[in-house]
Design a protein around this ligand. Sequence first.
Ligand SMILES: NC(=O)C1=CN([C@@H]2O[C@H](COP(=O)(O)OP(=O)(O)OC[C@H]3O[C@@H](n4cnc5c(N)ncnc54)[C@H](O)[C@@H]3O)[C@@H](O)[C@H]2O)C=CC1
Ligand SMILES: Nc1nc(O)c(N)c(N[C@@H]2O[C@H](COP(=O)(O)O)[C@@H](O)[C@H]2O)n1
Length: 221
Amino acid sequence: MRPYVILNAAMTLDGKIATQTGSSNISGKEDLERVHELRKECDAIMVGIGTVMADDPRLTVHKIDANPEDNPVRVVVDSKCRTPIDARITNGDAHTVIACANEYKEEFKSSEKFEAFKEKGVKVFFSGDKRVDLSALMSYLHEEGIEKLMLEGGATLNFSMIKAGLIDEIRICIAPMVVGGANAKTFFDGEGFDLMDDAIKLELIDSYSLGKDLILTYKVI
Ligand SMILES: NC(=O)C1=CN([C@@H]2O[C@H](COP(=O)(O)OP(=O)(O)OC[C@H]3O[C@@H](n4cnc5c(N)ncnc54)[C@H](O)[C@@H]3O)[C@@H](O)[C@H]2O)C=CC1
Ligand SMILES: Nc1nc(O)c(N)c(N[C@@H]2O[C@H](COP(=O)(O)O)[C@@H](O)[C@H]2O)n1
């Protein structure tokens, strides 16, 4: 068993979720409010370590009215345990799980960082050899009571999750902007597929304008 997974992101018309220098303010105000309503509905929010390093996100419900208990559990996919000791996702605003790979277990468990995380109440889950086993992580989170999980990027984790068949729904905000840049992160990066026949197939179930942005909702089929 695993949680129902909704991938949410904002991209420019040319599919970029950040510029090549890492700037990523894409959504308009109305979309950010929609995102925070969705955060409030979910039991957990998950990001990759690349996103933590680039944005130092809070991953709480802070753009709409909310109580501390509305904050979902924050999950970071972080094979090598690189999450900084003072990363905002480790503060006391919500529960946090850091998912690491087994290869780095012994070294991490004997580090000061591990003790600091323990003191802050951060849980650490180990799976996979060199990289986090995402299916095992989903099963663990489901056992911990997570029924609905919001995946909030970034580009590498989005691809691994969809390739592993772990995404049920995609909600994408398309902002009327073009930013270009061959090295700018796209909605899905990773190793990609060689053939269009292998593409993950989607069904459009909703579309609407929100402020200046366009919101599309897809089911993964
Ligand atoms: N516009 C938007 O909606 C959003 C934009 N972003 C942007 O995305 C960028 C970060 O994306 P990325 O660098 O691709 O990093 P990422 O956030 O996708 O993290 C990828 C990292 O996760 C780790 N990982 C461990 N196990 C893994 C597995 N099984 N599969 C995949 N990754 C695994 C690896 O260290 C990997 O490098 C930032 O610039 C951020 O601003 C991030 C979220 C939303
Ligand atoms: N939906 C959406 N629109 C954008 O324009 C964005 N840049 C993002 N980024 C995601 O939100 C995280 C920041 O969250 P906090 O406000 O710090 O809680 C960021 O790390 C991305 O995951 N999303």
